[in-house]
Design a protein around this ligand. Structure first.
Ligand code: CP
Length: 344
């Protein structure tokens, strides 16, 4: 991995697999009575979120603390940005305080890459989600969650037999909903295809990029692009999916007329109880959160799937901490062996 994590494309299959394998070690740390190791003692991680977040910010901050790093939290709404300070001056101010990593979220695509160009060699920039572009740690946590669902670690109940190395080969994964605006969709597509899954993009034409086939073929390597299909009909593919990856629909975009109405969207793309019945018996459902209950998935369907252990949302969140521990350890760790904290 280079000094920054901006997209999953930069990691490639080998790098993604390495991060998932490393995540196993931090899942184990998270299960200890005191889930803390000294690996990043003396390091400082700053979270710079210029757009709202619950999961990503808290997961990064929890991950950094569990690695014994110091955490610096920047809040855009209470910062000197409101006095007219520029983004670059803000970044340079935080860098001058002495940080090893900056986690950057911004509503504009490309801001983390720009921050990476501004900071010195000693600072790693991690993309916490930029515009429609990329959300690499979400892609890693979703891929990890699916890998470890279908190929559990040895002390978990057995699942579908996949080799115990990071792979999603043999799985058919649907990504459903607002694909055009979704950084999660882009990073999930990169992660899933790199690990050998077949991916079916399911959305109305208005929620897909224009010329979606060309978009896929120009963006992904040929081998990955061949694994991606595109359809407008959820019911045409639902029964053959191993995974239904729901995406958040933004109500404000619905007001823009990208879909006819919420009931129309639910009728064609919502995961209703009826559709949940039509899932394969071992199929699972993911969602990056936050969920709009009653739109992407109805309350009844969510409750039934959760009761069956087939709604993986909370597991995605739990794994999000371990994945971010792995990424921080890999980027700014000094090679210190993992182990119990001295305070244990
Ligand atoms: N999935 C995700 O990025 O959630 P947050 O916006 O809460 O970080």
């Amino acid at each position: 991995m280079s000094g920054h994590l901006l997209t999953l494309g930069q990691l490639g299959t080998e790098g993604i697999a390495e991060m998932l394998s490393l995540t196993d070690r931090f899942v184990e740390v998270g299960q200890r009575p005191i889930p803390r190791v000294p690996a990043l003692r003396g390091r400082t991680v700053a979270t710079l979120f210029f757009e709202e977040s619950t999961r990503t910010r808290l997961a990064f901050e929890t991950a950094a603390k569990r690695l014994s790093a110091d955490v610096m939290t920047f809040s855009a709404s209470s910062s000197s940005l409101s006095k007219g300070e520029s983004l670059r001056d803000t970044v340079e101010t935080i860098e001058a305080m002495g940080v090893d990593a900056m986690v950057v979220r911004h509503r504009s695509s490309g801001v983390p890459a720009q921050v990476a160009r501004w900071v010195g060699d000693g600072v790693s920039v991690l993309n916490g989600g930029d515009g429609w572009h990329a959300h690499p740690t979400q892609g890693l946590q979703d891929a990890y969650t699916l890998w470890r669902h279908f190929c559990p670690m040895p002390d978990e109940p057995p699942g579908t037999a996949l080799p115990d190395e990071p792979t999603l080969s043999g799985l058919r994964i649907g990504i459903v909903g607002d694909i055009v605006h979704s950084r999660v969709a882009r990073s999930d597509i990169e992660a899933y295809t790199a690990l050998g899954a077949s991916v079916v993009l399911v959305a109305p034409p208005t929620l897909l990029p224009a010329q979606p086939r060309d978009w896929i073929d120009e963006w992904l390597a040929p081998e990955a692009a061949r694994r991606v299909e595109i359809t407008h009909g959820l019911d045409d593919v639902l029964g053959g999916l191993d995974v239904v990856g729901l995406l958040r629909c933004q109500r404000e975009r619905m007001a823009d007329g990208l879909i006819g109405s919420v009931p129309e969207y639910v009728a064609r793309y919502g995961l209703t109880s009826e559709r949940a019945w039509n899932l394969g018996p071992d199929a699972v459902v993911t969602h990056p959160g936050p969920i709009n209950r009653g739109i992407e998935i109805t309350g009844d369907a969510a409750e039934d799937l959760a009761a069956d252990g087939r709604l993986l949302v909370t597991r995605q969140v739990t794994h999000g901490v371990a994945v971010r521990m792995a990424v921080l350890f890999r980027l700014i760790g000094s090679g210190t062996a993992l182990g119990a904290d001295d305070d244990d």
